[in-house]
Design a protein around this ligand. Sequence first.
Ligand code: MOS
Length: 697
Amino acid sequence: MTRSIEPVAAVGTAPERVDGRAKVAGKAPYAYEHPVERPAYAHPIQATIPAGRIRRIDTGRALAVSGVHTVLTPDNAPPLRRGQDGELEILQDADVAFRGQIIGCVVADTPEAARHAADLVAVDYERRDHDVTLTSDRSDLYRPGVVNPSYETDTEDGDVDAALAGAAARVDAEYRTARNHNNPLEPHTTVAVWDADGLTLHDSTQGVHSLRSVVAGMFDLDESRIRVLAPYVGGGFGSKGTAHAHVVLAALAAKRMSGRPVKLALTRQQTFTLAGYRTPTVQRVALGADTDGRIDALAVDVVEQTSRIKEFAEQTGVPSRTMYAARHRRTTHRMAALDVPVPSWMRAPGVCPGMFGPEVAMDELAERCGLDPIELRLRNEPDRDPETGKPYSTRNLAECLRVGARRSGWDGRPAEPRQTRRGEWWVGTGVASSTYPVHHSPGSAARIERGVDGRYHVSVGAVDIGTGAWTVLGQIAADALGVDRGDVVVTVGDTALPFASVAGGSSGTANWGSAIVAAAHGFRARFGDDDPPAGSEHTESAPENPDTERFAMHAFGAQFAEVHVSADTGEIRVPRLLGVFAAGRIVNPRLARSQFLGGMTMGLSMALHEDGVMDERLGMVVNHDLAEYHVATNADVPSVEAEWIDEHDPHVNAMGTKGIGEIGIVGTAAAVANAAYHATGVRVRDLPVTADRFLTA
Ligand code: MOS
């Protein structure tokens, strides 16, 4: 067990965001708004074919536009180090790997001139046939080496096919999730300044240190010559967790402008192509159980896509490995490399899509076994992690299901589907489980310094992407130092501060908080608690936690949906969502609730709306903006409630926190699809759940 902190005064209370007032007052500048001297503006030029190569680029008309300084193309761009990352190695050759790929950039005095001139660049292409169609029976599917970030691609225990063949009750079906796009309110932007000291990037990123290391690699620069700042970020969901090509483009443009700062903002449409997206998935899920509903065989075989220039293998089969007990178990992942943009992280990569198929399949199995879906889940609770055999540090899924059942009024629910009609509307309820692993990344450090103002200044290169991390780190620091929260000042978002892991994998609070606790304990050991003098300073890294090897560590949850489906039009509404979570200690209930609600709302959006529609002739997603790609708004979400159980986990880290940024989106879509079935008797196995499904049935 790690040395833990006791919540003295701050942890567990619900202060407002420390950056809240600045944000609502417009005084929290995002990257693009960072004031720089005489900025120039860069606008990307994008490929207008889905596959082939550039024969010739004519920049004459663009260069003639007033205010245009330069047009970067593969003919004249500064060199980058090759062989590291095909997404980032832009303008290094004439190949086109997907429609919308960056093939150049105009730099001008105004964004308008740059954008106008970019349209005037004439490109002569040599096209080749493109292929953007994901099917599960392609002959060229391949097995990736690992799935994101480093999980085994395939697992097998026992003889799954034989166990399925002999099972008394069986579900064997194909489930699909749609191509989803991250749409943080703040689009992806970079301000790059290249001077004698090196490169400074004001970037909308989830990780200043991780971004710096990638950019250093691309430009063959020592990390000490790059500084990345991101004090305020307007959402990321994973799309700002890895570097994308526009960051490199801004740095290339700034290099060319030798000293003059360059600002680059992707348009909303460009973010659909250049900021990563969630691959569509095809999931063959098979469950075999005895007549009591005890699962003996479980198989999840996944097919998904990646780009030709960079592999991203979503870990869709991974969550099923830890969810339910079964003697015979299999997961596989197969990929198609297509002429498509590079997929990447989107809130709970792998886990979110990977809990759709299995959690709908559980609903189907419950029906076959004549069991309540909650009872089926309770009967299949493992006492140890089925994959590793390790004990869970804590596993409170059953408690979440029970509490949620009580709160949602589950007991009065008709067992059969299509039983409740209120006027025009069929009414139903559904449940699904949530899970998310507790990720640990080593190396985060924190510095604590007593200031001349008497306060404790805590520095860590973390990024608050809207989660409230900034605020909760102050709460953790206050309790670890044994001082009032008001005596703590936290600074984040700068590579000049101690190293911090990326704000991803729901691990920020755990990693950075552990560093802060270690630094605080070190500070107190050195300087005592009796009014240490100004200037007292101590930096320390988060310690290794041996318990991460001994235990399986996951957060769990249960989500309940009420769904209404119009008997006349098939319109589907979700008047109520309820989530109950077990995610360790909750540091700040106000901000935690906001994380859960945000995740569930995004899950509802995935369930009902989000679908990047690929036009196979053009090789592009046609609904690439917020007018056509619908993201759930207030009107779609009448009531979302999030609760949690009081979970104490002494093993996960010093604070006892498990991470809450992603689990809220996991399971929501399955709960909605299951409730839609309960309302109508129509089983929807591919997302999104749209009105047409109910009209044909
Ligand atoms: Mo999150 S998709 O791990 O940034």
